[in-house]
Write a protein that binds this ligand. Sequence first.
Ligand SMILES: NC(=O)c1ccc[n+]([C@@H]2O[C@H](COP(=O)([O-])OP(=O)(O)OC[C@H]3O[C@@H](n4cnc5c(N)ncnc54)[C@H](OP(=O)(O)O)[C@@H]3O)[C@@H](O)[C@H]2O)c1
Length: 290
Amino acid sequence: MQNILLIGSNGQLGQDLIRILSRDFDMTKTDVDQCDITRPSQVAELFESHRPDLVINTAAWTDVPGCETNDRKAFEVNALGAKHVAQNCERSSCKLVHISTDYVFDGKKNNPYIESDLPAPLNVYGVSKLAGEHYVSAYGRKNFIIRTSGLYGIHPAVGKNSNFVETMLNLAKEKDTIKVVDDEVLTPTFTIHLAQQIKKLISSDYYGLYHATSDGECSWYEFTKKIFEIAQVKTKLEKTSVKEFGSSVRRPAYSVLRNYNLKERGLDIMKPWEEALADYFLDKENKLKI
Ligand SMILES: NC(=O)c1ccc[n+]([C@@H]2O[C@H](COP(=O)([O-])OP(=O)(O)OC[C@H]3O[C@@H](n4cnc5c(N)ncnc54)[C@H](OP(=O)(O)O)[C@@H]3O)[C@@H](O)[C@H]2O)c1
């Protein structure tokens, strides 16, 4: 059995990777309290004591507005942290799965991005994650770099008590009308499905860069409309724009990813985003077969 070291195990994706992988693999779980990936000595000690066959790095500083005002921390975690993990993987000849983001693109393509499209991030978070990708590909050879988008899962990161779906459902209880932006288009992705996709990918030796999101695309407004439809919420929903909403951070207006490389290799198992959302609600009720 393969020994997997999961870094970022308290995060949204980390918690669902544990649910999907721990039946078939020996898993060591770690988060910032046990090993801070910005500290090279702590990362080296972690590898020394666990000797993994494969590492999955989901750890990141995902606070997009926070990254904008503290670019030093963004680079320490998202770029240098990724470098420390990749260097140790290379030294110990183990495989690495590194998670990256749709925010490496500027959104100007207006059609789904494939892996060979040129990144051009608009914000510090995107730049720091792109730097992390470069470090991973420069320092290691047995890497799967996976870009994903709009993650949600039933276990929010430890210390955060919500995800987009639950935030909207909670707002619906408090307000008569909710306004959601309709001019940012992406593909929300359910973390259980992404974890299953990662399980499928690591069974291969097709190293490289992959886009892995649910299928299709929607705006945040359209996503919220579907959330309310499935949850039978009657609160009035209205469209707004990024300009009217007044965000402090530039984000791509269109960051849809096509799972081109997964499809080319016959490995794509991601479902349409609408079905993924329905599965999320089943998971909430403990009725999802995984
Ligand atoms: N969330 C999204 O919509 C989204 C979209 C595209 C790509 N991604 C990427 O997908 C991956 C997983 O995202 P997620 O939503 O699961 O993130 P998350 O819930 O924020 O989890 C990330 C985990 O990493 C930990 N961490 C932060 N700094 C660390 C450090 N220095 N050393 C070790 N651990 C550290 C965090 O701990 P603290 O909470 O204590 O900081 C948290 O437990 C990330 O690489 C992210 O960039 C996410």
